[in-house]
Design a protein around this ligand. Structure first.
Ligand SMILES: C[S@@+](CC[C@H](N)C(=O)[O-])C[C@H]1O[C@@H](n2cnc3c(N)ncnc32)[C@H](O)[C@@H]1O
Length: 214
């Protein structure tokens, strides 16, 4: 595959870039590929979120940051964290006007230590990051911590049975069945509903809607 060859020549690999897009490859190639491949999943999650102007929303692991821009068009105040400095730069650049206006704020941080007080957000969005969480039991709790009581996390992902058929993915990816996702959050007293949408590409979209206890 051409992409695999380009990555190898640049001293990186597809799984490494998917976990942490960085360098010129990350800024110009990986993010374009992610934006194209995950557009339907984003749209599905955003549609389920029904963001409103008075809301505070956090996205964790935003990649290029295009989704931050889409969220900001709803009028909501949007915060984003990503642990790749190159993604912080890219998201700031492509959302320059909204960042300047204070409608989007991005910070360099990991999912394990979110730089916000308890009960800050009306909704949290994260797509295609769960595979890379360093400590899923604690990181799921950290995401719930920053949600207001009764508020919801929208977690976009593809389940194990789909991803295990993709040969380029390696053991950097932790794969989850739908039941794995449910039990990760339900042990913290949250309730999880999995929603699914068939896509014309055949690469279907899944979103776990996790409601923090009220
Ligand atoms: C596969 S990309 C997904 C990007 C985008 N959300 C999408 O669905 O196309 C994973 C993103 O999450 C970020 N990421 C991975 N692990 C992270 C962590 N532990 N904390 C914060 N961000 C993380 C990466 O830098 C990257 O931007």
């Amino acid at each position: 595959m051409l992409l695999e060859r380009i990555m190898r020549l640049a001293g990186t690999s597809i799984p490494e870039q998917l976990e942490k897009p960085q360098g010129w490859i990350g800024r110009f190639i990986t993010t374009r590929w992610l934006d194209r491949g995950n557009a339907a999943l984003y749209q599905f999650c955003l549609q389920l979120m029904e963001a409103r102007p008075e809301q505070e929303i956090l996205e964790v692991g935003f990649g290029s940051g295009r989704s931050l821009g889409m969220l900001a068009t709803t009028g909501a105040r949007v915060c984003g964290v990503d642990f790749s400095p190159d993604m912080i730069r890219k998201a700031t650049r492509i959302n320059r006007a909204q960042v300047r206006a204070g409608r989007i704020r991005v910070e360099l941080a990991g999912v394990s230590a979110l730089p916000y007080p308890d009960s800050t957000f009306d909704s949290v969005l994260t797509t295609n990051t769960i595979y890379f969480w360093p400590d899923p039991a604690r990181d799921s709790l950290e995401l719930l911590r920053v949600l207001k009581p009764g508020a919801r996390l929208f977690l976009g992902y593809r389940p194990k049975e789909i991803l295990e058929k993709i040969p380029v993915l390696d053991n950097r990816f932790r794969l989850y069945t739908h039941d794995d996702v449910r039990s990760l959050f339900d042990r913290h007293g949250a309730t999880t509903q999995i929603r699914e949408r068939a896509e014309p590409t055949g690469f279907d979209s899944y979103c776990a809607i996790v409601q923090k206890a009220g």
